[in-house]
Design a protein around this ligand. Structure first.
Ligand SMILES: C[S@@+](CC[C@H](N)C(=O)[O-])C[C@H]1O[C@@H](n2cnc3c(N)ncnc32)[C@H](O)[C@@H]1O
Length: 273
């Protein structure tokens, strides 16, 4: 049975309140297909699920938001920002940092592939640049994704997508059918739950922020709020990396669009929005 218009509106309000994800009319098919397994697991249909939501079932609300986040990711996704990271951003941080510690925020980290891709590159870089340390802070709104990222365990299919073969050999151990990232790299990363639309709590002052493929899910006001939150932790002179379809243009004047190598990055000028 298709979702009723009032149930659709109710679900989209819950999702917006809790994650700021903007589900406009026309996304009924998405809500139906993502919530159908939850409804089946409860032994009812979508109507019954929404009735329980209306009664204020907190755990169910969380599961609904979780089901409606899109967690698509992969190791070294889109490749170019990672090349620019090594060829341009790390040398810049080396010149400008006063601490010999590089800090990166992987915002909307999903199951952690982006953070671990950066950790692999940083491990190689630190071998060539002794005396430097690195830490990566990953956050995501989905508790399930944060748990997965912390576990650092990936399927064969996941490592087949984008993983560079020498890194697989060097940094993973095969356990049964899965691949587990080395403790050394896991120790470099920390994963916490966090909503980008709210002021960042516990996120360290960062040299570089990766915020890719998530602004597309927000309306303009939320995009502005998220970028303003990024500025609270990204040091002036630091770099913001967005997804290929995303920009700060007309949203936040404190970022300067710059092409470095084959990727576009946004430099925090330290100015006002
Ligand atoms: C499409 S994935 C992108 C993952 C990764 N950044 C990448 O590009 O491969 C989007 C992620 O954003 C997360 N997300 C959605 N809304 C969020 C919010 N308000 N705060 C934090 N994370 C959010 C989702 O849970 C999901 O894991």
């Amino acid at each position: 049975m298709p979702i009723t218009s009032s149930d659709f509106t109710y679900v989209t309000q819950i999702v917006r309140q809790r994650s700021s994800i903007d589900l406009q009319p026309g996304k009924e098919y998405l809500v139906e297909s993502r919530l159908a397994p939850l409804a089946r697991a409860m032994g009812g249909d979508l109507g019954a699920l929404v009735s329980r939501l209306r009664q204020g079932d907190e755990r169910l609300s969380e599961s609904v938001v979780d089901a409606l986040t899109t967690n698509e990711t992969s190791f070294f996704r889109d490749a170019r920002p990672f090349d620019t990271f090594v060829d341009h951003l790390l040398p810049d941080v080396m010149k400008t940092s006063t601490t010999r510690q590089i800090t990166i925020w992987s915002a909307a980290c999903s199951s952690g592939q982006e953070a671990y891709s950066l950790a692999m590159l940083l491990q190689d870089w630190m071998t060539k640049n002794p005396g430097w340390t690195a830490r990566i802070h990953g956050t995501d709104i989905s508790p399930k994704m944060v748990e997965r990222a912390r576990a650092g365990k990936f399927s064969q299919i996941e490592v087949n997508r984008g993983m560079r073969a020498p890194f697989l050999v060097r940094y993973f151990e095969q356990v049964g059918r899965d691949w587990v990232i080395s403790k050394q790299l896991r120790d470099m990363c920390r994963f916490e739950r966090g909503n980008l639309a709210q002021p960042p709590i516990g996120v360290p002052q960062s040299d570089i922020v990766f915020l890719r493929n998530v602004l597309i899910y927000f309306d303009i006001e939320t995009k502005r709020a998220v970028l303003s939150n990024v500025r609270k932790v990204l040091r002036p002179g630091g770099f913001l990396i967005l997804g290929g379809a995303e920009s700060t243009l007309n949203l936040d004047g404190a970022f300067q669009r710059t092409e470095l190598g084959k990727a576009v990055v946004f430099r925090h000028t330290g100015g006002a929005a």
